[in-house]
Structure formats: C-alpha cells, structure tokens
Design a protein around this ligand. Structure first.
Ligand code: SF4
Ligand code: SF4
Length: 249
C-alpha cells in the first residue's frame, strides 16, 4: 500500500528578504478556507494552463469567485459565474484597501489562483501593509508576502517495500525537530509538523520504500488534495447559496 504525506516546506529566514508566509499543506489550506468567508480570485494564467481551470471550477463549489485578467472566459465556458469579471486585480485590491466594496464586505480571506507570480507578489505586499484581510496563495510558487502559502513537499511511502529495519528512524533522530518518522509494528508513521523535509530517511532507506516527490506534477497533486479535503469536510456552495453569497458577502 502506498501513502502520500504532504510536509510543509520550511524556508530559512535568510533565504527570504521579507516577512514570511506560513507554509501550509493542502489539508491545512482546506481548514483555513472552511473556517473563513473566503473568496477565490483567479488570474490570467487560467488561459494558459488548463488544469488551473479544472481546479478553479472545483473550488468554486466552496467559495465565490472573482475573475480577473480575462480568466472569466474559461470559467464561464465551464459553467462558473463569477461575482464580477470586469475589474482588474489592481482595481479589486484598491477596493479591498479602501474597504466597503459590497461583494467583499464580509469576506475575510482572499485565495489566489492563476495570477502571474511577480504581479501577485506586489499585490500581496500591498495587502499586507494596507488591509486586514487574510491572504492564501495556492499558486505554484511560494509567496512570502501572503499570510499563508500552499507550499509542500510530498513523501510517498510504499509499505510493501518496507522491512521495518528502522534505518530511517535512526537518521531522522539527528535531523528532525523531534522524531518525525517512526516504525511501529511494521507500519511507518510520519509527523509532518516535526519533519524538516531533509530527505535523509529516503536516502538511507536501502529498499526504496520512501520517495520524495518534486517537480511539475506536485502543484497539481496539492490542488487535488486541497479539493479532496474540502469535499470531505466543507458544505458545498449550491447554486442557490452561491446566488445568496453575492449579496451576503
Ligand atoms: S529504512 Fe526503509 S525499509 Fe527501513 S524502516 Fe525505514 S522505510 Fe522501512
Ligand atoms: S529524515 Fe528528514 S525528511 Fe525524513 S522524516 Fe526525518 S526530518 Fe523528515
């Protein structure tokens, strides 16, 4: 049996020039969205990356959407009616900072998907300084100016290959913030909150039972897991609720 575990990517303060966003795993991001009055803001990258449209459509079942940068086109084609599609992201941020804009009056979390990273970095920096609204970045690149940024590495564990030798546990003892990995009764347990993502357990496992996943596919895996966690826990935004949300937000 194979299990995938997401571990928040840790950044050293010296790697970043500014205040850092809290790295969150997909299940943590789902928890933040579920406990907030969230609005999804989509950007022009939806026109370039079809899989982002797929996830924006799935996420629209859990929060209203504001489409910027012509991202309304693929959303409308897929049956999603945004709260608004005529303003640029710059306008939206201005409205948030000024306060009182009706569609976002009660919103306390902005979730960003499909926005050009450089542009998003500037927008998040402005929001951090001039607004109290919380921000969650679920785009691919870590955004230090957000409050929360979906950024994780994923550990794939193949229990069939594991012999229970404990070599990974021995090496983890010296690397982690506690004991992040343990083997009990032949089963591997991981505590993501203690793991620093060093990868040494995978290096030391001679049977290839632990693999760290990186690269292009990881962002899609994280979005897939985010949607799965929301589906498991959250109340769907029915078409009727969605209509109401346009006035109640
Ligand atoms: S080192 Fe590999 S084989 Fe040994 S307990 Fe850890 S995962 Fe299992
Ligand atoms: S060895 Fe490193 S990557 Fe593996 S569980 Fe421990 S802290 Fe995490």
């Amino acid at each position: 049996m194979r299990r995938r575990i997401f571990i928040p990517r840790s950044y050293k303060p010296s790697e970043l020039q500014c205040e850092r966003a809290l790295c969150v795993t997909p299940d943590e991001a789902a928890g933040i969205i579920s406990s907030s009055k969230a609005v999804l803001i989509t950007g022009g990258l939806l026109l370039e990356r079809e899989e982002l449209v797929k996830y924006a459509v799935k996420l629209s079942k859990f929060m209203p959407v504001i489409a910027t940068g012509a991202s309304s086109k693929p959303l409308l084609e897929n049956g999603v009616m945004p709260l608004t599609k005529v303003f640029t992201l710059h306008h939206i941020i201005q409205f948030v900072e000024d306060g009182g804009w009706k569609p976002l009056r009660r919103c306390d979390l902005l979730v960003f998907l499909g926005v050009q990273p450089y542009y998003l970095s500037r927008v998040l920096s402005s929001l951090r300084h001039f607004s109290k609204i919380k921000t969650l970045n679920i785009d691919e690149l870590y955004q230090p100016n957000a409050d929360y940024s979906l950024s994780a590495i994923s550990m794939l564990i193949n229990e069939k290959l594991c012999s229970g030798c404990g070599d990974c546990v021995a090496v983890c003892r010296t690397m982690s913030k506690g004991l992040a990995i343990n083997v009990v009764g032949g089963k591997i347990y991981v505590k993501p909150e203690l793991c620093v993502g060093c990868g040494m357990c995978a290096e030391f496992c001679s049977r290839g039972a632990i693999v760290f996943e990186k690269g292009d596919g990881l962002h899609s895996l994280m979005l897939e897991e985010l949607v799965r966690c929301l589906e498991a826990s959250a109340v769907y935004l029915s078409p009727e609720n969605f209509k109401n949300s346009q006035t109640s937000l």
